[in-house]
Design a protein around this ligand. Structure first.
Ligand SMILES: C[S@@+](CC[C@H](N)C(=O)[O-])C[C@H]1O[C@@H](n2cnc3c(N)ncnc32)[C@H](O)[C@@H]1O
Length: 428
């Protein structure tokens, strides 16, 4: 066998699946082959079986392979509305003495963009740094080194409003360097969320349970079994009345008793007496035919790119952005109250006056999904991609839907498309 053969990637994929729960389709089989080849070249190995044996036995080599494969993609104030929402949640708690300090966990935290954004948000609101503790953890040691150093390139700043950068960073040799006051507000530790001791050691050390746990943009990369393990870990890490913050496509992954707790475009859950079955697992629309119609007549052949050609999204007007945010917030509030038709009406009203918007279609997809109307959800996710071909969350939502309907091949195609989008973003 040579390093170019696909077989070694299969063995490495099995290891990665076991160690970190990675669903190889989400990052792509070719990416895993490249990672293995790179490690072998570095080690001067040309025997694939020896490499696989080494990686399986040696934790240092395991970590280095993992490093080559993980997508440590993040940026400051990613999904900005999340931070306002969590800040308000925390501000309510810091006024109650018995609750101090309010504890937050960010896992995975990548290079610290997420926990630092929260720290900035709380400090900007005047919250006493002694009143909260932010723990942050990731499996990538390289990402954690970057986090501790607090030095960032322009890639970490992608939001429209960058006023926070002027307040909390200084420039040094082309990098933005985070102020010590913010760096000191976050404690970083290495951790594998798939490791069964992850939660128990945090509890034993008195770091957990947490008031808020951020677990965003990890579940989408994991196998079904690994997602269940992560859900169990998150469940034990969270206080009974704690808040779990997920990425946009992730709430339907959760199978336990959770209820929506977010607002606007915030995808948060808390434990509830009975999570709505629709939130837990989208099911077939009542009255829908047993045999599903094709997901989309426009789906390309497997060898072609999955994404629909991008149409230019409508140019936002100065008044358009606030209206868009208000629409998303209102529609999500209604959806959280399970007033799905009204939530969809709010979205439709917006599109009638302002024109089509990817984010609105995406939210409509999530609402249809919660209302168990899978066909309509798919239609909306396709429209999202038509307007914004680089909408990775819509690709992943389509992958989830296809997987839930038993179409593994299509799920794979969408995951690959999402992986390409994420890889492109990372290269920018
Ligand atoms: C796409 S980033 C998400 C970062 C951040 N939460 C966000 O949403 O911007 C995914 C991160 O998951 C980390 N990761 C992957 N598997 C993990 C595991 N089993 N335990 C902890 N972190 C993991 C990767 O190293 C990477 O930094």
């Amino acid at each position: 066998m040579t390093p170019l053969d696909p077989a070694p990637a299969i063995a490495a994929e099995a290891l990665l699946r076991r160690w970190i729960g990675l669903d190889p389709g989400t990052v792509g089989h070719a990416a895993i082959r490249r990672a293995v080849r790179k490690r072998m070249t570095t080690l001067g190995l040309d025997d694939l079986e020896s490499y696989t044996r080494l990686a399986d036995a040696d934790t240092l080599e395991r970590d280095l392979l993992v490093e080559e494969v993980v997508v440590a993609e993040s940026w400051f104030f990613r999904d900005p509305q999340v931070y306002g929402f969590v800040r308000r949640f925390i501000c309510d708690r810091v006024t109650v003495r018995e609750r101090l300090p309010v504890r937050v966990l960010s896992v995975p935290c990548a290079a610290g963009e997420e926990p630092y954004s929260l720290a900035i948000s709380l400090l900007d609101a005047g919250v006493d740094p002694a009143a909260f503790v932010i723990d942050a953890s990731d499996i990538s040691r390289a990402a954690l080194d970057r986090a501790r150093a607090g030095r960032y390139t322009t890639n970490a700043f992608r939001t429209a409003d960058l006023a926070f950068r002027d307040r909390w960073f200084r420039t040094d040799q082309g990098c933005a360097v985070l102020a010590a006051g913010v760096r000191g507000a976050v404690r970083f530790t290495w951790g594998n969320l798939l490791d069964e001791t992850f939660a128990s050691s945090a509890l034993a050390a008195g770091r957990a349970p947490y008031d808020v746990v951020f677990c965003r943009n990890l579940l989408i990369y994991l196998t079904v079994e690994a997602r269940a393990d992560v859900e169990r870990a998150l469940d034990s890490l969270l206080k009974p009345d704690g808040l779990l913050v997920l990425g946009a496509a992730e709430p339907p992954i959760m199978k336990g008793d959770w209820v929506p707790a977010g607002e606007g475009a915030v995808f948060a859950l808390r434990r509830g007496p009975a999570a709505s079955p629709a939130m837990r697992k989208p099911s077939r629309r009542i009255g829908a035919p047993e045999t599903r119609p094709p997901l989309s007549p426009n789906l390309p052949a497997p060898s072609e790119p999955v994404l629909a050609p991008a149409a230019p999204p409508p140019a936002p007007t100065p008044a358009g952005q606030p209206a868009l945010q208000m629409t998303l917030r209102r529609a999500n509030e209604l959806a959280n109250e399970r007033r799905f038709p009204e939530a969809l009406d709010v979205c439709a009203d917006y599109q009638r006056t302002a024109g089509p918007a990817a984010e609105v279609y995406f939210l409509m997809g999530m609402i249809h999904q919660s209302a168990a109307d899978l066909d309509a959800a798919e239609d909306c996710f396709h429209k999202t991609l038509y307007l914004d071909a680089a909408h990775a969350e819509a690709c992943l939502a389509l992958a989830l839907l296809a997987g839930q309907r038993g179409d593994a091949r299509l799920a794979q195609l969408y995951r690959r498309a999402a992986a390409r989008v994420v890889a492109r973003r990372g290269a920018e």
